[in-house]
Design a protein around this ligand. Structure first.
Ligand SMILES: NC(=O)c1ccc[n+]([C@@H]2O[C@H](COP(=O)([O-])OP(=O)(O)OC[C@H]3O[C@@H](n4cnc5c(N)ncnc54)[C@H](OP(=O)(O)O)[C@@H]3O)[C@@H](O)[C@H]2O)c1
Length: 426
């Protein structure tokens, strides 16, 4: 059998898994690996040479496929561009590069008649990209929603189960290697935003600039929020959604957002604990598909990378196969819908002075902003302070913001401790 000759940049968590899996596929020849520091100890022991000079891979005419598992924006972007220019196919796990530069990279790949495979860039080992792109290719999509970050899911699950603070669970996650020393990409929602941009491109043919994606992270979630949510029959998850607000208009605005969300306990998203990912895809023909599995890790992610290489290997035998594997993505960035216009129910936790008339005033202000209350309870009266927990019916986010601004002018309000959206099905 003809060999496919590969060059790889990166031999860290994912690269080591790729080396391990490729050892079982002798016809896929890994010719050379580039790393940053040759002196580093490695989890994997590849049989091919390792170099610090990336050009030895990119400029080698025998190498047909660049496997990019180094991560980050630069120099990964430059290396991918150089490889595409030289008509090499690219297999990448790099969500950041694709989310920030997807339109120009896919355009370049089209011009050069090569493809970019990126199964590992979203949801690690779950074959989500190929499912949307090919298995569900007959569908128009209404929305893609999910838990797309294992680190934050691990933190929220542990906070809820153990009643511990965000800081102490984060420290434990860092100790166990589930969270980075600088956790901001995960806990502030950037990682999910990158993945949503890629999912929007696949589902709606348009990338969304990561900075246009509405983003709230989990730093402010407290054990109180998690316990109160549970009392009302919910679990708090960091949920990302990309939704087409106007399915009849191909250039219509997309609502793309990541924020903590109260999910009903009976919903499949609520059952996903620890570092797993779970994605719901809504297609007009198929209905709702749910996929759950490992969203990260050396071998699960390598499974997606090597799966891409195997697909590519079969495709290389066909004439002009690039158009089949190349998703049809426009080179324009998508418009995004204003977050003010989204509607969902809300969970609110207010810290107030325990004085007469508080609940009446809240009711009046909410009425003025067309907010209807589903339930309201008062808790923890001590030192003339109380906590009021409110669940609303569906409300426009802009109205909720205006109501909270009015509440903050009230003398009795100490703080709006939490304002978290409640899950609303697509
Ligand atoms: N880890 C996961 O579970 C997971 C899941 C899904 C997707 N991904 C994506 O997969 C990619 C790789 O992640 P990872 O966790 O494997 O990262 P990692 O463990 O930090 O490994 C990165 C590798 O890239 C090499 N590298 C970095 N900069 C380089 C440069 N300028 N030139 C040459 N080599 C360079 C590093 O070399 P040295 O070893 O010499 O420093 C290292 O071997 C990222 O895009 C990430 O988002 C990861």
């Amino acid at each position: 059998m003809a060999r496919v000759v590969l060059g790889m940049i990166g031999l860290g968590t994912v690269g080591s898994g790729v080396v391990q899996l490729l050892a079982q596929h002798k016809h896929l020849q890994l010719k050379k690996i580039a790393v940053r520091d040759l002196q580093k100890e490695r989890a994997a022991n590849p049989t091919c040479p390792i170099t610090e000079n990336v050009s030895e891979i990119i400029d080698d005419p025998e190498i047909e496929v660049l496997v990019e598992v180094m991560g980050g924006e630069e120099p990964a972007l430059t290396y991918i561009r150089r490889a595409l220019e030289k008509r090499k196919h690219v297999v990448t796990a790099n969500k950041e590069v694709l989310a920030k530069h997807g339109p120009s990279l896919f355009q370049l790949a089209r011009e050069k008649g090569v493809t970019i495979f990126f199964e590992a860039s979203v949801a690690g080992g779950i074959p989500l990209i190929s499912t949307i792109q090919r298995g569900l290719g007959a569908n128009q999509f209404a929305a893609v929603t999910g838990i797309l970050n294992g680190t934050t899911n691990f933190i929220l699950s542990n906070m809820e189960e153990k009643g511990l603070s965000y800081d102490s669970v984060l420290a434990e996650a860092q100790r166990l290697g589930f969270a980075e020393a600088d956790p901001s990409a995960d806990v502030d929602g950037h990682d999910v935003a990158y993945k949503l941009s890629i999912l929007a491109a696949l589902s709606f043919q348009r990338f969304v600039k990561p900075e246009d994606i509405y983003r709230e992270g989990i730093r402010n979630i407290t054990p109180d929020d998690l316990a109160l949510a549970k009392e009302f029959g919910y679990r708090i998850k960091l949920v990302g959604t990309a939704r087409n607000t106007d399915p009849k208009n191909k250039a219509g605005a997309l609502a793309v957002r990541v924020h903590p969300t109260l999910v009903p306990l009976a919903h499949p998203l609520a059952a996903v604990s620890g570092s797993s990912n779970c994605i719901l895809v809504n297609g007009d023909a198929v209905g709702e598909i749910i996929m759950v599995g490992p969203g990260a890790g050396s071998l699960p992610t390598a499974s997606a990378v090597v799966g891409d290489i195997i697909n590519l290997e079969s495709a290389l035998k066909l004439p002009d196969f690039a158009s089949y594997f190349q998703p049809s993505i426009t080179s324009e960035w998508s418009k995004t819908a204003s977050p003010d216009d989204w509607t969902s129910p809300y969970f609110l936790r207010l810290s107030v002075k325990d004085t007469p008339g508080v609940i009446g005033t809240i009711g009046t202000i909410f009425g003025e902003h067309k907010i209807s209350i589903q339930s309201i309870i008062q808790r923890g009266v001590a030192d003339r302070r109380a906590t009021i927990v409110i669940l609303t019916h569906d409300v426009r986010s802009g109205n909720m913001e205006a109501a909270l601004a009015d509440l903050k002018k009230c003398e009795f309000l100490d703080s709006v401790a939490s304002a978290i959206r409640i899950y609303k099905a697509a």
